[in-house]
Design a protein around this ligand. Structure first.
Ligand code: 13P
Length: 288
């Protein structure tokens, strides 16, 4: 069923857990995430990122996500991840997304505020919740963040961290429902073990009621994830871990085959592995 996204944010805050925002880039990815949520009996955020447009065009994937979300036995938030231009976020609106990240963090601060505010005022009229970002999320994924080359460590990570006062001011002015904050994670695989600035999360959480979001969850240990939830993180974005979870198994499947391997057999194998990974990550976010 399609969720009331606001209701879920309120529930997460009340019960001190975080919603799993998991990106799906294939049909099997969508099925894996939703079946995992059904088996765990939890609400879920099914996400599509603008950067995946070449593989999963929103005009094809949007209707597909809505179709599967409507049929799901648990509440589903249909989310656009890192929409970076107005035309694209409007495509998400037209395709039935119920939660949209309008990421203008690459713009000067004042433009980030005014651009996001303009969108939020319109989105709220339609019952859509909005996520924005203050501070920058460096990345090891091409096309997102763009602060580093793949496999190269990030110098002076703190320069990207979210300033708590700026986050507070931003949320008051731009009226967003969720705020992505930077406190030590990167998109993609980590080159070094991350040490999260949990105190910063606590401080931002004490200043604003806005649901705080952690991007770049792949590679962060469970202890730090739980500490981040207890400090106020209410939604995690997770992709690289699930998107690569089936690699070894697929390699073995092809290598060990004694007859031609069909793509649908690979896809079925991948779906099962992605589902198990999604179930595990949902369990961690439940923070029990
Ligand atoms: P990872 O790929 O590092 O899990 O991050 C996903 C993300 O933050 C998407 O916005």
């Amino acid at each position: 069923m399609i969720a009331d996204p606001k209701e879920i944010l309120v529930d997460a805050e009340k019960n001190n857990y975080a919603i799993a925002g998991i990106n799906a880039t294939t049909l099997e990815g969508i099925q894996a995430v939703l079946e995992a949520a059904e088996e765990m009996g939890t609400p879920i955020m099914l996400s599509h990122a603008q950067v995946h447009e070449p593989y999963a065009p929103i005009n094809v994937f949007g209707p597909l996500m809505v179709h599967f979300a409507e049929k799901a036995k648990v509440p589903v938030i249909i989310h656009l991840d890192h929409g970076t231009n107005y035309n694209y976020v409007m495509k998400a609106v037209r395709n039935g997304f119920t939660s949209i990240m309008y990421d203008c963090a690459h713009l000067p601060y004042e433009e980030n505020v005014s651009e996001v505010k303009r969108f939020t005022e319109m989105a709220h009229q339609l019952g859509i919740i909005v996520e924005a970002e203050v501070g920058q999320m460096p990345s090891n994924i091409e096309g997102i963040g763009g602060c580093t080359e793949f496999g190269v460590g990030i110098e002076n990570m703190e320069q990207y961290y979210t300033d708590p006062k700026m986050a507070e001011e931003f949320c008051i002015r731009a009226l967003v429902d969720m705020l992505a904050i930077s406190f030590g994670t990167v998109h993609g695989f980590f080159v070094e073990r991350p040490i999260l600035d949990i105190e910063r999360v606590k401080q931002i959480h004490s200043l604003i009621p806005t649901a705080l979001v952690m991007h770049g969850t792949t590679g962060v240990d469970e202890e730090q994830i739980k500490a981040a939830i207890n400090a106020g993180i209410r939604k995690f974005n997770y992709f690289t871990g699930i998107g690569t979870s089936a690699n070894e198994s697929i390699e073995a499947q092809i290598k060990n085959a004694t007859a031609p391997v069909y793509y649908h057999e690979i896809a079925a194998n991948a779906k099962e592995i992605m589902k198990q990974r999604a179930k595990h990550i949902i369990e961690v976010y439940q923070n029990k």
